[in-house]
Design a protein around this ligand. Structure first.
Ligand code: SF4
Length: 135
């Protein structure tokens, strides 16, 4: 299994709610509202957030992309396959003006697909991500 490159510090925008994750947005009316700056969440936040619906469906977290350590990583092409799988079925999503996003500079998905990836990210696609992740 490929190990993450030391030099690659890209962030996964589909990270799980766990201590140390960077909270960068929350879902309101089905859209992601982006924070000005990320907030590193702790054990208490995660415990509270786990009450009720899954925290990943209400918030967006980022954390280091582990590349070959993640089932979504496409070893052959050296890219995250999840971005492309979501984009392939969301081409109908209207791409809108880029909003501020505190992780964009280091986001794996943005580095691969630019504004298109931001469009699907902001349209609260976590349920779709979960379907792919668990399939
Ligand atoms: S390969 Fe994709 S889904 Fe996996 S950690 Fe990296 S950005 Fe996230």
């Amino acid at each position: 299994m490929e190990t993450p490159s030391e030099k690659d510090d890209k962030l996964c925008p589909s990270y799980l709610a766990k201590p140390g994750a960077e909270l960068f947005g929350y879902v309101s009316d089905g859209k992601v509202q982006y924070l000005d700056e990320t907030i590193v969440v702790d054990k208490t936040f995660v415990k509270e957030a786990q009450k009720g619906r899954s925290p990943e469906s209400r918030f967006r977290f980022a954390g280091k992309c582990i590349q070959g350590g993640c089932a979504q990583w496409d070893n052959q092409n050296g890219v995250c396959g999840l971005t492309d799988r979501i984009l392939a079925i969301t081409e109908q999503i209207e791409h809108h003006t880029l909003q501020h996003c505190a992780i964009r500079e280091k986001c794996r998905w943005f580095s691969q697909r630019g504004a298109k990836a931001c469009a699907v990210c902001s349209d609260s696609v976590r349920n779709m991500e979960e379907a792919f992740i668990t399939s």
